[in-house]
Design a protein around this ligand. Structure first.
Ligand code: NAD
Ligand code: UD1
Length: 337
């Protein structure tokens, strides 16, 4: 059993990861500034696991606050989710993104170093592959970003690789997530987007519950099965389980490494829409629109490294991902409160 500090632990992926950490027997300490999440996530975690994680309302930019957390807890490893994640907003407000995701992260790594906690799992993204030259995407493919959000992920990867190169005591796993969707099967935890969602499944969920009129399908002239964009959607509970394997691996190894967390399967926009229609039991209206600038045709993971290195692979399929998203949407019309 280890004690894991989870930054951003009241957020979407963080809260699911807290559940899996507790269920795997680990002790969890959460920090979050509640910028994009609700403190009641902690009660939901308790409802599922019987344990309410110790919580600090701390901003990762607050060095004194971080030092206090490390002083009061014997932390073995950190899983770092805290950050901003909206691609469009990052283009409008790059300095906000660089401050939070880069300056905030460096602040955390400094606090870790001073507390002699040198094991870390970092939330990176498949966005670091830019437009890949082929699929499935392997971890050794070239990296390239097209927006400030993606650049903050790539810069964190570089910073952490440099930290590991300079000090052999560090152990860092950089997890490149594909497209996380779905919700906890019990319907207590899930994604609560701020405002009108940009991402596909949260948008479809709002069409299904009548909040939005129809899905805008961004282009049907890609070279894919039906012309619409193909992505590797991964159930958030599978993703969370991947973090348990990752942190356990990191605790037993040294140095920096990169791992894709995806299913290895690609689904088109229309295939996801039809899976969601099955889940909610009704037809959902859509209109084909122009391509969305910056989108690529196809993106899915090569999952071999995750299987071999971590002994992890995703289990849920697209139907369950959509069923669980819909279940959460129905049970939580006002989000987590
Ligand atoms: P989320 O917004 O639900 O969770 C992030 C949490 O971090 C929130 O609870 C927020 O309040 C907190 N936070 C933000 N800035 C903070 C700060 N300065 N100090 C303390 N807390 C702060 O997002 P998520 O979907 O759970 O994503 C978690 C991580 O995974 C992020 O780093 C994100 O970039 C990365 N990621 C997400 C996706 C995705 O599609 N959801 C894909 C790839 C990578
Ligand atoms: C987006 C982000 C990426 C991030 C990922 C994680 C961009 C350019 N990229 O990826 O950095 O890591 O989310 O979730 O924003 N679609 C529609 N209609 C919609 C919404 C989406 O047709 O209303 C289509 C898109 O064109 C795409 C697919 O659905 O083909 C998935 O889109 P989305 O959920 O936004 O994810 P990504 O673009 O893959």
């Amino acid at each position: 059993m280890s004690t894991i500090l989870v930054t951003g632990g009241t957020g979407y992926i963080g809260s699911h990861t807290c559940v899996e950490l507790i269920e795997a027997g680990h002790e969890v300490v959460v920090i979050d500034n509640l910028y994009n999440s609700n403190i009641h996530s902690l009660d939901r975690i308790k409802e599922i696991t019987g344990v309410k994680p110790k919580f600090y309302e701390v901003d990762i930019l607050d060095r004194k606050g971080l030092d206090q957390v490390f002083a009061e807890n014997k932390i073995d490893a950190v899983i770092h989710f805290a950050g901003y994640k909206a691609v469009g907003e990052s283009c409008e407000k790059p300095l906000l993104y660089y401050t939070n995701n880069i300056a905030g992260s460096i602040n955390l790594y400094e606090a870790m170093k001073d507390a002699n906690v040198k094991t870390l799992v970092f939330s990176s993204s498949a966005t670091v592959y830019g437009a890949p030259k082929s699929v499935p995407i392997r971890e050794d493919f070239e990296t390239h970003t097209t927006n400030p959000y993606g650049t903050t992920k790539l810069m964190n990867e570089q910073i952490l690789a440099d930290v590991c190169a300079a000090d052999p005591e560090w152990s860092v796993l950089l997890l490149r997530y594909f497209n996380p969707i779905g919700a906890h099967p019990c319907g207590l935890l899930g994604e609560v987007p701020n405002g009108i969602p940009n991402n596909l499944v949260p948008y479809i969920a709002r069409v299904a519950n009548g909040t939005l009129e129809f899905l805008r399908v961004w282009g049907d002239d890609y070279d894919t099965v039906d012309g619409t964009g193909v992505r590797d959607y991964i159930h958030v509970v599978d993703l969370a389980k991947g973090h348990i394997k990752a942190v356990e691996y990191a605790l037993g190894h040294k140095g920096a490494d990169y791992v894709n967390l995806g299913t290895g399967n690609g689904y088109s926009v229309l295939q996801v829409l039809h899976a969601f229609e099955k889940a909610c039991g009704k037809e959902l209206p859509y209109k084909i629109m122009e391509r969305r600038p910056g989108d690529i045709a196809t993106c899915y993971a090569d999952t071999k490294k995750a299987k071999e290195m971590l002994g992890w692979e995703a289990e849920y399929g697209i139907d369950e991902m959509c069923e669980h998203s819909w279940n959460f949407t129905v049970k939580n019309p006002n989000g987590i409160e």
